[in-house]
Design a protein around this ligand. Structure first.
Ligand SMILES: [Zn+2]
Length: 259
């Protein structure tokens, strides 16, 4: 049986209100996954930086231990030279050994200087590591919170979403295919997802352009489907004036315009 225009409009409004609720769910959930991904990137960056600092620190520690070994070697050489000096045959040999000893003492001094420098650098690195670790921990805490938030939200909305999708299917069956297709096309093209809107204060609820009085009267008559001449959205009702008749449609209108 052919439905009246009023019935068609009622079915369209119903569908729009369900779709708007679904949009709302996706919108709320939509921001969090991005935030979680951003934090994950940031954390990866901090971890890379931390790893680099730690590598640099262990490299410096390696340098220190190398220099310490070198000092020990030099000291052993000096000891050996001291013994050799006891058994020299002439001054020339003695002087030559003295020169070698001086050289080793110089080596020791250089190593000691390098060790001191390395320790200073390590102190600096430790500061960097501490700061980076703190920031990393903070981000990790943020991430944990956001993840938990997202999970709760997804869990909560998953149930709602399921229910809404079921209602949507039912609501869609109340609308003839051709009309349903134009509705879907309108929704796809509208940034706010609104295909069915009321006329409020003389303006289209989708694009806010003025709807002429004659068109408003036609909408009230509900003899045929009226669309906005600016945006093409289906104008389902005129929400001003006549308060008594409005009570019911108003509720769905509120939901519909929220998104
Ligand atoms: Zn419009």
């Amino acid at each position: 049986m052919e439905k009246t225009v009023a019935q068609k409009l009622e079915a369209l409004k119903n569908l729009q209100s369900i779709d708007s609720e679904l949009d709302e769910i996706k919108k709320v959930r939509g921001a969090l996954p991005d935030e979680v991904a951003d934090l994950e990137d940031e954390i990866a960056g901090f971890e890379t930086r931390l790893q680099k600092f730690e590598n640099e620190q262990s490299e410096l520690e390696g340098n220190i231990s190398d220099h310490k070994t070198q000092i020990k070697n030099s000291e052993a050489l000096i000891k050996k030279y001291e013994e050799q000096q006891m058994n020299v045959r002439n001054n020339r040999e003695y002087d030559a050994i003295s020169k070698e000893m001086e050289l080793q003492k110089l080596e020791i001094q250089i190593s000691e200087k390098r060790i001191k420098e390395a320790y200073a650098k390590i102190e600096f690195k430790k500061g960097d590591i501490e700061k980076t670790t703190e920031e990393l921990e903070e981000r990790k805490k943020d991430l944990d919170n956001k993840r938990a938030e997202l999970e709760t939200l997804t869990q909560e909305s998953e149930a709602d979403e399921k229910k809404l999708l079921a209602s949507r299917e039912k609501a869609g069956k109340q609308i003839e295919e051709r009309l349903l297709n134009s509705y879907q096309k309108l929704r796809d093209n509208a940034r706010n997802g609104l295909a069915v809107v009321p006329v409020s204060r003389g303006a289209c609820g989708g694009c806010f352009n003025v709807v002429p009085p004659q068109r408003q009267a036609d909408i009230r008559d509900a003899k045929k489907l009226i669309v906005c001449e600016h945006c093409g959205r289906i104008l389902a009702e005129v929400t001003d004036e006549i308060v008594t008749e409005e009570k019911k449609p108003r509720r769905s209108r509120k939901k519909a315009t929220k998104a």
